[in-house]
Ligand binder design. Structure first.
Ligand code: HEM
Length: 462
């Protein structure tokens, strides 16, 4: 099976959206044999993949404490922090304190920060055209690998929205987080983190630097909030305000977050929010390059709504075609291809009773590609299926879960969709684009669904 996986991952696909043979052949084989619920062994732990949307809903909607998440090892804990790590009471308290920072009203105030990052991206791409080509001619088109471009764009968005007035420190934290993420994405044996290796020493140094930077910012903000002088609308300030409010209401009880907790949550914003959104934007550019008619429809809508002016919130929320396109990309290329939970005691799910310690795998990518849920064109790009919204798009309810579901649904989903819509609208206003001949279609899972060989796109200035 491992051989099969390696062979399939070695060669790029023809540009087709049937990505499952490449990203999850092991699961595909298991399902072919066992159907919608299949038992497999992942190392020493029994695992069950669950494809039935009703059962998926049951796993996700069960109150915390019933289904625990897979316990991360010491290396995974470097990036899985904050809400993603916590269970039970601690998770509930943190989620309650953090939720207000992601309310729509607050996100609307962050639009200028999103917009500033878009300005920089567009300017950077525009500059490529004013630079002379190798032949001394001004170029009419330019090739851009949009994958690293969107990674730095979404990192910048988190730096600005999380730490607005301390942007330089925010960007440094992003750099350090990125380097840590890069190390974590390589395979490690259990206990690796406890060895005195050069890499581990480097990680400790980076964590210490993040800690110092964040403590400095937190102290500054808390001081400003106490003095009543904080008009900051960034995530860090909103989170600290909400935390101080909780402390005042609960009489300084244990439900509030400590400085370590706040650091963990802010680090998670980078981990959970940056790469996922970069992946979404990258596949959107790739897919719209493969389907120029949809690219044109999306551009027409954007130009009708805004001309060449900067999009505002109310206009963005009315974009229908752009939203349908983004949903369809999230369906075919879900940035998080599967999530997992774990039984911690004997539990009944559907007609089956599971013992403790069974990993329950919810394979988002399979559910999103299943013809039983989406019809015979499940493997095709057809944004039209979302024309009447998410609830009407699939044959069965609950089959669209790119942001998971239930109480632990992605806290940043509105943030991510706003960011992606704005960025895509700005790109469509300025450029048309097509795949470069050097593009190789190779979706590949490294925590999220990366383009293995990047995403070189030829941009034409409009
Ligand atoms: C296209 C972009 C995104 C996708 C597809 C995505 C997807 C997901 C998924 C599937 C989960 C559930 C993980 C699990 O339960 O194991 C999740 C959780 C989470 N996401 Fe996102 N996410 C995106 C963007 C963001 C952004 C922009 C942020 C923050 C700025 C964010 C913050 C979080 C947090 C904090 C959680 C944990 C929630 C909890 O356990 O209570 N995400 N996301």
């Amino acid at each position: 099976m491992e051989q099969l996986r390696k062979e399939r991952q070695a060669k790029p696909l023809p540009p087709s959206h049937d990505i499952i043979p490449r990203v999850a052949p092991l699961f595909q084989e298991a399902m072919r044999e066992h159907g919608k619920i299949s038992f497999i062994w992942l190392g020493p732990q029994p695992a069950v993949t669950i494809m039935d949307p009703d059962l998926v809903k049951e796993v996700l909607s069960t109150k915390f404490g019933h289904f625990q998440k897979h316990e991360p090892d010491s290396v995974e804990r470097l990036v899985i922090t904050g809400l993603l790590l916590h269970e039970g009471e601690k998770w509930a308290n943190h989620r309650r304190i953090i939720n207000p920072a992601f309310h729509l009203e607050k996100l609307k105030c962050m639009l200028p920060a999103f917009s500033a990052c878009c300005d920089e991206l567009i300017e950077r791409w525009e500059k490529l055209f004013t630079a002379e080509g190798g032949d001394g001619e001004m170029s009419l088109h330019r090739e851009v690998d949009v994958w690293p471009e969107f990674q730095s764009f979404t990192g910048d968005v988190i730096s600005r929205t999380a730490f607005g007035s301390s942007l330089e420190q925010g960007r440094r934290i992003f750099q350090l987080q990125n380097e840590i993420g890069e190390i974590v994405s390589h395979r490690h044996f259990p206990g690796y983190r406890y060895l005195p290796t050069k890499t581990n020493r480097r990680i400790d140094k980076m964590l210490a630097e993040i800690d110092v930077l964040m403590r400095g910012m937190i102290e500054q903000r808390e001081e400003a909030i106490r003095k009543g002088g904080s008009r900051n609308t960034d995530l860090l300030s909103l989170l600290l305000e909400s935390n101080l409010k909780e402390s005042a209401e609960q009489g300084g009880s244990e439900t509030t977050m400590t400085t370590e907790d706040v650091i963990g949550e802010c680090r998670l914003f980078y981990f959970a929010g940056h790469e996922t959104t970069a992946v979404l934007l990258t596949w959107t550019m790739v897919v719209l390059s493969m389907h120029p008619a949809w690219q044109e429809r999306a551009r027409e809508e954007v130009l009708r709504a805004f001309g060449k002016s900067k999009p505002d919130y109310s206009g963005l929320s009315r974009l229908k075609i752009v939203t349908m396109v983004i949903y369809e990309v999230l369906r075919l290329y879900p940035p998080v291809i599967m999530i997992a939970r774990e039984t911690y005691k004997e539990m009944k799910l559907g007609d089956v009773t599971y013992p403790p310690g069974v990993e329950l795998i919810l394979p988002i990518v399979f559910i999103h590609h299943d013809p039983e849920f989406w019809g015979p064109d499940a493997g095709e790009f057809n944004p039209e299926r979302f024309a009447e919204g998410i609830s009407k798009a699939s044959r069965v309810p609950g089959a669209f879960i790119p942001f998971s579901g239930g109480p632990r649904v992605c806290i940043g989903q509105t943030f991510a969709l706003l960011e992606a819509k704005l960025c895509l609208a700005r790109i469509l206003q300025h450029f048309s684009f097509e795949l470069s001949p050097s593009y190789a279609h190779a979706p590949y899972q490294v925590i999220t669904l990366h383009p293995q060989h990047g995403a070189p796109i030829i941009m034409h200035r409009l």
